[in-house]
Design a protein around this ligand. Structure first.
Ligand code: MRU
Length: 356
């Protein structure tokens, strides 16, 4: 199994996802500043993994707060600690704007701190436990999403060929993955023929990370460039599309890696079912629709430079949105840990018992 975030010997170990697949390097994170940098530079990436990393970042930040923690001054110590912890939250929140799991995990950590009784030392201990719980729950959640996906994948006489975009795999979560979780479960059950993976310009998460995960596990994978998907569907090669999500609005509109929207349009045009696989922590019930989802813009260098080669002449201007929003009407179902739901029926996702 691949675990992108590991808590070990009082620090966090991250697989450096900017170096895969050519180099497998593990980075040690000891402070909240280092964690914020790792999220911003995409050493760790993918909505649920960012949430897990941010939760540990909150603990590392809490650990750095030096408070005398005297029994006589416990109320004042506690208030000062909570104020400083808010600054850690601000630092981590400022890293990436689109994936709601980041904000969700930070809020959950703050809630733990505010609800903890006892000394500052005890609050710190509770924060570590909450970060570990967020990580363990995400792993279980992904396994449930994978298995719930089996119920909605097309029932065909032959094994399925699925298409995915970006990397919504173990690397993007606590482990197992969301969209790749569905792929893994289908493979385990003998229902998968092969996976087609979009390369996912500009950062190539599909080419570098999704294929790497498949190769690790012997899942047959064909890499295609993003502009080949329509042709593949026209040729009848694709039975269904499964992608992850960074933020889902209450009406089912879904922000995911740039290129997901055009893939959904192409799938609709070819009558290919289009599934979004995501944990409930990715649903932002405070946003009524996708127009309110903040879309991250990244450094244009991601577009104009490949390796050491500059692709464009001087004088070109750029636009580099990292995500787009797929309207709910293009989505067949949203697969969560509590089951698969029509995008317009997401409110029901919350009240189902958690699947095992
Ligand atoms: O910019 P990234 O690599 O963090 O974007 C990742 C995606 O868009 C994923 O599809 C999404 O976060 C879901 S990960 C389970």
């Amino acid at each position: 199994m691949i675990y992108p975030v590991v808590w070990q010997n009082n620090s966090v170990l991250l697989i450096d996802q900017t170096r895969l697949p050519n180099e497998y390097e593990v980075v040690e994170i000891h402070s909240s500043e280092d964690m914020a940098r790792a999220i911003k530079t995409m050493i760790v990436r993918g909505a649920p993994a960012i949430g897990v990393a941010a939760a540990y970042g909150m603990y590392l930040g809490a650990r750095e707060i030096e408070i005398s923690d005297t029994p006589e001054e416990s109320l004042r110590d506690r208030q000062e600690f909570l104020q400083q912890l808010d600054k850690v939250a601000q630092l981590l929140r400022a890293t990436r704007p689109t994936a709601v799991n980041l904000f969700w995990a930070i809020s959950r950590m703050l809630k733990t701190a505010h609800e903890s009784l006892g000394t500052v030392a005890q609050i710190k201990e509770n924060l570590l436990q909450t970060a570990q719980a967020i990580q363990a729950e995400d792993l279980q959640t992904c396994q449930a999403i994978g298995d719930n996906g089996l119920a909605v994948l097309p029932k065909t006489p032959n094994k399925l060929t699925l298409l995915t975009h970006c990397n919504a795999g173990a690397l993007a979560t606590a482990g197992y993955g969301t969209a790749l979780g569905v792929v893994r479960s289908a493979w385990r059950e003998g229902r998968l023929e092969r996976l087609f993976a979009d390369e996912t310009r500009p950062r190539l998460q599909g080419a570098k990370l999704t294929t790497w995960e498949c190769v690790q596990e012997g899942i047959p994978v064909n890499l295609i460039t993003d502009n080949m998907a329509a042709h593949c569907m026209q040729q009848g090669l694709i039975d269904a599309v499964v992608v992850g999500a960074d933020r889902i609005a209450a009406n089912g509109d879904t922000a995911n890696k740039i290129g997901t929207y055009s893939l959904a349009i192409v799938a609709k045009a070819h009558n290919v079912p289009f599934f979004v696989a995501a944990p409930l922590s990715t649903i932002d019930f405070e946003l009524s629709d996708g127009s309110q989802i903040p879309i991250e813009e990244r450094d244009p260098v991601e577009i104009y430079q490949v390796g050491d080669t500059i692709l464009t002449p001087q004088g070109v201007e750029f636009y580099n949105p990292a995500f787009d929003v797929t309207p709910a009407n293009l989505i067949t179902a949203i697969i969560t840990e509590t089951g698969a739901f029509a995008p317009g029926n997401l409110a029901n996702a919350q009240i189902q018992p958690v699947a095992r």
